[in-house]
Design a binder for this molecule. Structure first.
Ligand SMILES: *[C@@H]1O[C@H](CO)[C@@H](O)[C@H](O)[C@H]1NC(C)=O
Ligand SMILES: *[C@@H]1O[C@H](CO)[C@@H](O)[C@H](O)[C@H]1NC(C)=O
Ligand SMILES: *[C@@H]1O[C@H](CO)[C@@H](O)[C@H](O)[C@H]1NC(C)=O
Ligand SMILES: *[C@@H]1O[C@H](CO)[C@@H](O)[C@H](O)[C@H]1NC(C)=O
Ligand SMILES: *[C@@H]1O[C@H](CO)[C@@H](O)[C@H](O)[C@H]1NC(C)=O
Ligand SMILES: *[C@@H]1O[C@H](CO)[C@@H](O)[C@H](O)[C@H]1NC(C)=O
Ligand SMILES: CC(=O)N[C@H]1CO[C@H](CO)[C@@H](O)[C@@H]1O
Length: 475
């Protein structure tokens, strides 16, 4: 639910007045025992904006040998070195969604870049299972042929990319502890290999919009932990080489410090303050730790986590929200063997966020954004967490209340099975066309007097194209 906040006296008066109306309606609702929900959307001013790159998805490094505890190995050929970049369905799905791509993940920390004549001091070999080192794999190599192919793919699909660097390069990766605990690593990051990759990238004119220093190396780190003081020194080196390599370039790529978890990291925070080009953000958010769970994180029901989280994040000034993963593991937006979109792939929310308030929030989540690509329109996402009851909604737009029709996009699972990988839009399955094209999302049109009704455990996008929300007129 969106919190409503007062901005100035006039707004407070409006809000208190509408709250009063609300309370009278609750009264009426209880007395009449109806199930009519009052929804109120503030259209005169916006809550916040999300970044144009808010929707982000990861491409990870895992090889097919990566297995989870229950002996499921969910990566197949979806890792960065192995992904079939020519697959038409993959291309289409990437082109249509155009998320910010975060190329990285746990194994980014150990990958070595093979830059022609500049032989790295660590061997450039494929990943192999090795229980004696961090993350259970040694090796990992990015050849420049593969880097060229990946960048051609990024360019063809029009995505922006941030790349996670090998922050353990030059460090001892031998594991001395067993079990879940992480181990402190000492000594500095050897940045020379990253520097060579960056120079190559600049020379080739590949548009990388951010360079990220390692994956989950602080706080609740996986296997290897770098102390904050050392990390901030490493980050300074990264900042320095980015400035040097991109000297004279029209834009400086971002320098990204991922996964900062608390404000106790004074040195890192000071650095962030002194270097505004360095950003902290949500780098990876898969909902489920360790590659996801087939039958949950790749099915219809996952939307109740993912869309709710996206909605909440958008209200709280999160600039970028990276879904782990675009493809790979059991939490991909695409199925990793067919490259068909999983239900979470489809979405309609825009970039400008509005305040929305639903009376009696039990079981309901609601988010409102300005409609994508249509000035003045509003898109509302409603999720019904109840597995038993259907109810209807009454909309009130504060600031503008005339609309002559609305579009409804009801999302439900195939066969009423919430763990289905097939999502129905208004009762019809969404599936890519035979040539791999993403289906157009077609609404049903409703007149204002027709009730909005949402079945248990389903969600819907309700779009009001002609409500003339003033917060959505200006872009
Ligand atoms: C860092 O790595 C480079 C090769 O990439 C090597 O030549 C150099 O000696 C290393 N530096 C240190 C301090 O180990
Ligand atoms: C490394 O993996 C790539 C891609 O799977 C493969 O083509 C190559 O032959 C492998 N190299 C070695 C030395 O095994
Ligand atoms: C790495 O650390 C392990 C365990 O502390 C140690 O046995 C090994 O000698 C170290 N290797 C190097 C190259 O420093
Ligand atoms: C690892 O470093 C943290 C602080 O960064 C410290 O609290 C902890 O005691 C260290 N662990 C070991 C085994 O040295
Ligand atoms: C609804 O959820 C409750 C609690 O999880 C469960 O006990 C009940 O069986 C579910 N009902 C249906 C119709 O699925
Ligand atoms: C729901 O769909 C999943 C995935 O297709 C399947 O494994 C499961 O058996 C189905 N459940 C029911 C009750 O049909
Ligand atoms: C929008 C909608 O249908 N909401 C229903 C979701 O679940 C709650 C709890 O059962 C119902 O009361 C709502 O009517």
């Amino acid at each position: 639910m969106a919190a409503i906040s007062c901005r100035g006296l006039l707004h407070c008066v409006v809000l208190i007045w509408s709250l009063y109306i609300h309370l009278r309606q609750v009264d009426a609702r209880i007395l009449q025992e109806t199930f009519l929900y009052q929804v109120e959307v503030q259209t005169a001013f916006q809550a916040t904006d999300v970044d144009k790159n808010f929707i982000c998805a990861t491409l990870d490094w895992w090889p097919s040998e990566k297995c989870s505890a229950n002996n499921v190995c969910p990566w197949g050929g979806a890792g960065l070195p192995y992904l079939d970049l020519e697959n038409p369905k993959l291309l289409e799905a990437m082109k249509e969604l155009r998320p910010l791509v975060r190329a990285g993940g746990t194994l980014e920390n150990i990958v070595v870049y093979d830059i022609g004549g500049q032989l790295p001091s660590e061997p450039c070999v494929n990943f192999t299972v090795n229980e004696g080192v961090f993350y259970g794999f040694s090796g990992g190599c990015l050849t420049m042929e593969r880097w060229d192919a990946l960048n051609a793919f990024f360019k063809k699909t029009g995505v922006e990319v941030v790349f996670g660097l090998n922050a353990l390069y030059g460090r001892n990766k031998t594991k001395t502890t067993t079990g879940m605990g992480s181990q402190n690593v000492t000594g500095p990051w050897n940045w020379t290999n990253a520097y060579e990759l960056m120079k190559y990238t600049r020379k080739k004119n590949y548009a990388i919009s951010g360079w990220e220093l390692g994956n989950e190396l602080m706080g609740l780190a996986i296997d290897a932990r770098v102390n904050p003081l050392q990390y901030s020194k490493d980050l300074r080196n990264l900042d320095r080489i980015v400035r040097e390599v991109y000297k004279g370039h029209h834009t400086l790529p971002l320098v990204i410090a991922p996964d900062l978890q608390t404000d106790t990291y004074k040195s890192v925070n000071t650095l962030l303050r002194d270097h505004p080009a360095i950003k902290a953000w949500i780098g990876e958010s898969g909902g489920v730790y360790g590659s996801g769970r087939h039958g949950v994180s790749d099915t219809f029901i996952d939307a109740f986590w993912y869309l709710d989280e996206l909605g909440t994040a958008s209200l709280f000034n999160t600039k970028v929200f990276c879904r782990q993963s675009f493809v790979g593991g059991n939490y991909g937006l695409l199925d990793r063997s067919t490259f068909e979109p999983n239900p979470d792939y489809y979405g309609l929310m825009g970039e400008r966020v509005l305040f929305i308030n639903v009376l009696t929030l039990d079981y309901i989540s609601a988010y409102a954004h300005c409609q994508k690509d249509n000035k003045g329109g509003v898109t509302v996402l409603l999720l019904n967490f109840s597995n038993t009851t259907t109810a209807s909604f009454n909309f009130n737009f504060l600031g503008s209340n005339k609309f002559s029709f609305r579009h409804e996009y009801h999302m439900s699972p195939a066969d009423g099975n919430i763990t289905s990988q097939v999502v129905l839009l208004n009762g019809q399955p969404l599936a890519v066309t035979s040539d791999g094209k993403i289906p157009r999302l077609l609404p049903v049109n409703k007149a204002p007097f027709e009730p909005i009704s949402l079945k248990p455990l389903t969600y819907a996008y309700i779009v009001f194209p002609d409500v003339h929300a003033s917060a959505c007129e200006r872009f």
